[in-house]
Design a protein around this ligand. Structure first.
Ligand code: ADP
Length: 393
């Protein structure tokens, strides 16, 4: 109807406008949805990263309420991570000695203009035991210079403290071990200087003692140096295909005199088949000699020490076993055998030693050569020490 046209035109225009507006809004809505999804993904990603941090992390807002935390933090203070969002931090940290930290977080937020980072040590009760944490508090300021939150990171110092304690123990142990042979060298040298040894026989005896103690001292120092070189990765390892049979023959030859002195029968059961392993010859020699000398040391006179070398095609391993008919090792001592300076109390009177040999042997076999140590023992019956190494291709 032409008469209606003047009225309808503006209405149509209006409808067109609304349609366009609606289309625009749909686009905008889509954009917002994308942004929201992006922000959500980013938030999830930061949460995943936060979870991956082994140190405890807590983020608090301008009201000292928890914004985020990771499972490590929840474990230290024993709160439920899922139910703790927006809870006052003082409430979450109460008990376990966290009150001072909560107060410090609050303080940090109030003073953020002046301080934006602080570290301190705190002690919290963890599993009923006090643990020392290094805690760092940082204020986060956003792009508009506004306070965004306080990030608290807690680093458990227990392990490092344990390691540093071990180092101290090691040093004092080493000093003690060095002092024993040194004081006897000193004492006998003094006796000689003072002319206390009046006849040749006594003098010869004193010289021998001095020599033996000096040897012991030098072995001790070698062992300590070898262990620390391997531990620090400073040892140059010369690996190549070597025949274990040859090494074992040599080791047995070297040990023969001390076995003979004690009337110990050394049984050679080394397979004549040529077993080649990818190894550092000197190190394997040292490891095998340690096991054989121990077997002789801890076996009473008249006993038997048997050396077996076999290959297992199935596991692709060469196995060395040194079996003795010695005093054996009590079950409770078994787990300590490879610790530095550990010596079985009951066997100390059998022989002199430093308790370093087995530690070094294990480092050589398991650390350097990726093999494994073998130990079996029965008190009064004897022990079998050995190792297995992969056969070289
Ligand atoms: P040590 O210098 O004292 O021999 P090791 O590290 O070689 O040190 O051995 C640690 C301890 O393990 C020894 O002191 C000894 O008590 C025990 N042990 C090692 N080998 C044997 C064995 N074949 N029979 C009995 N005890 C052994």
């Amino acid at each position: 109807d032409p008469e209606l046209t003047p009225f309808l035109t503006p209405v149509r225009e209006r409808i067109d406008l609304l349609v366009t507006k609606n289309e625009n809004l749909t686009v905008q809505k889509k954009n917002l949805e994308i942004q929201l999804r992006l922000a959500d993904a980013q938030r999830r990603q930061s949460q995943i990263m936060l979870q991956g941090i082994s140190d405890a992390v807590i983020v608090t807002d301008a009201f000292d309420e928890m914004l985020m935390a990771n499972p490590a933090a929840a474990a230290v203070f024993g709160f439920d991570l899922a139910a703790s969002s927006k809870k006052p931090i003082a409430q979450l940290l109460t008990g376990k000695g966290g009150e001072r930290l909560a107060a410090d977080i609050s303080e940090m937020r109030k003073n953020h203009a002046r301080t934006n980072r602080r570290t301190a040590e705190y002690q919290f009760d963890f599993d009923g035991k006090p643990r020392l944490f290094s805690v760092s508090l940082s204020c986060v300021i956003d792009n508009a210079d506004q306070f965004a939150g306080v990030v608290t990171m807690l680093h458990d110092r227990t392990r490092e403290d344990d390691i540093s304690q071990m180092k101290t123990d090691f040093v004092s142990h080493v000093s003690h071990e060095l002092r024993t042979p040194l004081s006897s060298i000193k004492a006998y040298a003094e006796l000689l200087v003072d002319g206390e040894a009046t006849d040749d026989k006594t003098r010869a005896e004193f010289y021998h003692i001095i020599q033996a103690e000096a040897d012991r001292l030098s072995r001790l120092i070698d062992n300590i140096l070898n262990i620390s070189r391997i531990e620090s990765g400073m040892t140059r390892v010369h690996k190549k295909a070597v025949a274990l049979n040859g090494i074992m023959k040599q080791v047995m030859e070297v040990a023969m005199p001390s076995a003979r002195d004690k009337q110990i029968t050394l049984v050679d059961n080394v397979s004549p088949v040529f077993f080649s392993v990818e190894a550092d010859r000197d190190m394997i020699y040292q490891a095998a000699l340690n096991l054989l000398s121990n077997a002789i040391k801890y076996t009473p006179a008249g006993g038997t020490v048997r050396v077996d070398l076999t290959a297992d095609e199935e596991t692709n391993e060469v196995t060395l076993l040194v079996a003795d008919t010695g005093v054996g090792i009590p079950p409770e001592a078994m787990k300590h055998l490879f610790e530095k300076f550990y010596r079985v109390e009951q066997n100390k009177s059998m022989a002199k030693g430093s308790g370093l040999g087995l530690n070094l042997t294990r480092q050589i076999i398991e650390g350097v050569h990726k093999g494994r140590m073998i130990v079996r023992s029965e008190v009064g019956k004897g022990s079998t020490f050995g190792f297995a190494l992969p056969i070289a291709a």
